[in-house]
Design a binder for this molecule. Structure first.
Ligand code: FDA
Length: 505
């Protein structure tokens, strides 16, 4: 077993863990990053498949994502606009495709109902603190009604409900609208600035990164050099108030602080000793990842553009509920991407691969015509089958969870800090939120945060949970069985400040 001493150990080399590590190294901390996979990036993964460059996970950048945009600029990464000229296609209950530009091609009364719903959600979002939705005066009430039931309470217009529901259910949380609360929906919308932003695909799916969004973790990891250890799934986390020992099958890292930068559905894969406080254990069981399959179809040319179509399609009743032109910058052909969520994904995953492909290409053909049936390359990103993710896009609470446990989402437990897009406020579920959490975590661990992250600094006093606030409270550690042994390692003179590696930007 290799033994390493470090100021901070980071578990997980996704965007969040690497951002935290990068910031801590810049402050002169010793950092080790342990990653289970044989690559960095987690839910960001750019691959060449049969000659086509595909972004299998996260890819889009929107104007509100200022933490991500600033990091892209720092790393010197260029962006390009998604192709969006021409008309979009809507497939309603009739199953007949209809072209449109700005407003959905629905009856005037349905359009009015959609606008009224969007305005009402915007109003509720404006009175909800995105950093602490549980402080809303009616938090428990808003958290007790499902998104589906609330929409039904607002309008009898079934089509308006299906369209508005889609923007949070299928398209964001990737769970059935009956499975999460109105409060969780408000937090999702608030994390993007407003519900109007979320329903505006021009806004939310604005830009992509040349070379793929995985460039961000790849470049951060390059700057961290051999501090990043791949193929090291963490198994155990032994902790007390001011130290932690994190073990993989072949490595043991002794540190002052651990940044747990894995999605919350995987916390249960780690054995904590002592066990986490009861409220944390409950919280983690009520946060689950949604389910979405990202479907890529690459053609010799973007044939839909010839017909004046942008490649954007919406069909709340179709298996593939949304589709976009996803042609990679500079590539010769044309690429469509589509998404299948929640119960529709359940059903499709039961089919054999060939039948599923036929069904999904059939949806693309409904939107854009029969040429969609014969792509040159076809690929399904199935993150639910990935051992170190197990769902997509990210985690959200089931009914009642956000008001009950939300204040503990980002609360430290002894030397353990949680850092992932799944627990973010602004940028929740997105790379922007992963980066914000990495920065916040590094600030909490670092010198200004009183987090006692450097060996030789006194441990921080236990902090009380911030009153109703941003979930930045803390659980002190219970007495630790191996405390003496850990304390001898954690003491001693301050570690010499390391010269920070230049980022590869
Ligand atoms: P992430 O899951 O990326 O990283 C966690 C890391 O921990 C992984 O590398 C994992 O292997 C590792 N790990 C897990 N258990 C471990 C253990 N026991 N020991 C060691 N390592 C362990 N966002 C966006 O902004 N725009 C978009 O367009 C999209 N689209 C999108 C599509 C699809 C299909 C997906 C799956 C996701 C998106 N997203 C997105 C979401 C975005 O990709 C996501 O929020 C962030 O990449 C999450 O980054 P984190 O670092 O928080 O977790």
């Amino acid at each position: 077993m290799e033994e390493i001493e470090s100021d901070v150990v980071v578990i997980g080399a996704g965007a969040s863990g690497l951002t935290a590590a990068d910031a801590l190294v810049a402050e002169g901390f010793d950092v080790v990053v342990l990653e289970a996979r044989d690559r960095v990036g987690g839910r960001l993964w750019t691959r060449e498949i049969e000659g086509a460059v595909l972004e299998l996970g996260g890819q889009w950048v929107s104007p509100d994502q200022t933490a991500l945009i600033a990091l892209l600029e720092r790393l010197g990464l260029e962006t390009y606009e998604r192709y969006r000229e021409g008309q979009a296609v809507y497939v309603g209950a009739s199953g007949v495709p209809a072209r449109f530009e700005r407003d959905f091609p629905v009856a005037a009364s349905t359009q009015q109902a959609i606008e009224a719903l969007v305005a009402e959600v915007d109003r509720l979002v404006a009175e909800t603190d995105v950093r602490a939705p549980w402080t809303h005066p009616r938090a428990a009430e808003l958290d007790a009604i499902s998104w589906q039931a609330w929409l039904a309470s607002q309008t009898d217009d079934v089509e308006a409900r299906a369209i508005v529901s889609l923007f949070i259910a299928e398209a964001m949380l990737t769970k059935p609208a009956s499975a999460f609360s109105l409060l969780q929906a408000l937090q999702m919308a608030g994390s993007a600035g407003s519900f109007s932003n979320l329903v505006d695909d021009e806004f939310i799916l604005d830009k992509r990164v040349v070379g793929g969004l995985q460039q961000v973790p790849l470049q951060l990891a390059a700057g961290l050099g051999d501090r990043v250890r791949l193929g090291q799934p963490v198994r155990t986390v032994v902790w007390d108030d001011d130290s932690v020992v994190v073990s993989t099958d072949t490595l043991r890292v002794h540190a002052r602080r651990a940044v747990v930068a894995v999605p919350p559905n995987l916390y249960g894969r780690l054995t904590f000793a002592p066990a986490l406080p009861a409220a944390q254990q409950q919280l983690h069981q009520h946060l689950s990842l949604g389910l979405v399959i990202k479907v890529h179809a690459v053609y010799d040319r973007p044939f839909w553009r010839d017909a004046g179509l942008s490649g954007t399609g919406f069909g709340p009743g179709l298996a593939l509920h949304e589709a976009y032109d996803n042609t990679y910058a500079g590539s010769e052909g044309g690429t469509l991407v589509g998404f299948v969520s929640d119960t529709k994904a359940d059903a499709l995953l039961l089919l054999d691969a060939e039948t599923r492909r036929e069904r999904l290409l059939g949806c693309l053909a409904t939107y854009f015509g029969p040429e969609a049936l014969t792509p040159r390359v076809y690929y399904e990103s199935d993150w639910a089958s990935e051992e170190w993710t197990r769902g997509a896009y990210a985690a959200s609470f089931d009914l009642g969870g956000l008001s009950r446990w939300g204040s503990l989402l980002r609360a430290t437990v002894g030397p353990l800090h949680w850092s992932t897009s799944d627990v973010a406020a602004e940028g929740f579920q997105h790379v922007d939120g992963a980066i914000r959490m990495g920065q916040e975590t590094a600030a909490a661990v670092g010198p200004g945060g009183g987090g006692g992250g450097r060996r030789g600094t006194p441990p921080p006093p236990p902090r009380a949970a911030a009153p109703g606030g941003g979930g930045g409270g803390a659980h002190p550690a219970p007495p630790h069985p191996n405390r003496g042994a850990l304390n001898t390692r954690a003491g001693g003179p301050p570690a010499p400040a390391k010269v920070s590696m230049p980022s590869s930007a």
